[in-house]
Design a protein. Sequence first.
Length: 402
Amino acid sequence: MYEPISNEQLIAVANEHGTPVYVYHAEKIAQQYHKLTEAFKGHPTKFFYACKALTNVNILKYMKGLGALLDCVSINEVKLGMMAGFEPNEILFTPNCVELSEILEGVALGVRINIDNISILEQFGNKYGNTYPVCIRINPHIVAGGNYKISTGHIDSKFGISIHQLRHIERIVKKTNLHIQGLHMHTGSEIKDIDVFLQGLDVMFGVAAHFPGIDFIDLGSGFKVPYKEDEHETDVKTLGSRVAEAAKEYETETGRPLEIWFEPGKYLVSECGSFVVKASVIKHTTATVFVGVNSGFNHLIRPMFYDSYHRISNISNPEGNERIYTVVGNICETDTFAWDRVLNEVREGDLLVFHNAGAYGFEMSSNFNSRLKPAEVMIKDGKAQLIRKADQFEDLLRNQVL
C-alpha cells in the first residue's frame, strides 16, 4: 500500500519550484497498474498505456519499468515512446484522420499499426499487402462514457470503421491480401458499467469470425476513476473474471485462443496527479466570493471543456472555518474551476490543490494569453524530482519568426 503525498510535501514542492506546479506520485501509478494486472491474470492480457493522458518522457520511462506497453495516437507520441525505451513491437499506433504519410512513418519505425478508416485501409493494403500486419479499429455503435465529448463508439463518432461496413473491409482485405493481426474498439471514457466492455467483447467475437488470422482483441479502455468523494472506480476485478470466462468460452467453442488488450490512460495516471496553485486574490462581489488563482484553463481545461469536477483542498489552512467560494483563474475568459465550493477559509497567498489532476491536465495545457506552462515534479520513493522545467518567456519566442 502506498503512502499518499502529504500536504507538507506539496508545500515543499511549491516552495522550491513555484506555482502553479503539477506533482505526480509514482507509487500511485504502480498501484493502479498492478491492480489491473492482478485483476486480469486469469487470461493472457496486455496493457498499453494510453500516453495521450500524460506524455512526460519520465512518466513513460516509469511505465516501461512497470511492464506496461504503449498506446500512441500521433507519430510524435510514438517517437517519445521510443525515446523512453519502448521497443517498436511494444507500441500500438492508432492515429485518427491523418494522411497516409504519418502512418508510413510509423511503418518505417516498425511499430504496430491500427487503422480506423476505409480509405487509409485500402491505401495501406495496396502498398503493403500481407507484408506488414495491421489492426483494424471497429466502431461497434455502443454508446458509453461519462460525457458525450468523451463517447467515441456512437454512430456519429469520427472514430473507427462502422461495424456495418464489414463487407467493405472484407473486400479490401481480399483484394489487397492484407494481414489483419487484431481487432480494436474503444467506446469512451469514464465507463462505470462493466457490461459495456462485455457487450463490446461479444460484438468483437462476432467480427473475429470474419478474420480467422487475428491474434488479439483490443477493448480500448475507459475505466472510471473517482473524482468525487462518493464515486467509485470501475470494478476491474469483476471485469477481469468475466472477461476471462468469456474468452475461455470463445476458445472452447472455436478452438481459437485470443489475447485481450486494454489501453488504460486516465485509470493509471489521473489519481497520481496534484495541481498546486496559489490564491492570488479574494474578490467579493454583490453575490459571490471569488478565489482568483494564478492559473486558468490554459493549465487545467477539463472543468471548462468537460464540465468535470476536481476536488479542491486548501493545504495552507486545512483546519480553517469552512466557507463557500467560486474558484476562478487569471485568464481573460470565463475560466471557472468550481462554483460555490465549500473550502477551508482561503486567504490571499494560500496554496490550493486540485486533486485527480494527472490525466489531461498538463497534457492539454497551452500558452493562451501568453501565460507560461507550469513545471512538473514526480515524487518517487519519497523524493521529489523535477521532470519538466516551467516555461520561460523565451520559450514563447523560440520558434517565432521575427
